[in-house]
Design a protein. Sequence first.
Length: 94
Amino acid sequence: MPSINVTTAATQVVPPGTRSALILQNVSDTDIFFGFDSTVTATAGANSGIRLAANGGSITITRLPEGGGGSASGGVYAVHAGTGTKELRFLPAA
């Protein structure tokens, strides 16, 4: 499964384009938050992301949102509130 290093700034995990499904797995020691646009944050608030727990938290999304701003058509982004970089594994399906 491919992986990406997530930082404390929104990191693009999956580029824009139509995806029918996506698996995300957090293999780091820190919670990672993801969302469907670059305004995702790791803190409480209007743009807070969906939490993937540290040490193996995962999600399988079988139908991603389509069209418009703030949707999977704009990509999937992730962020964390710790220090350094954290590994997030992902597997998009076309």
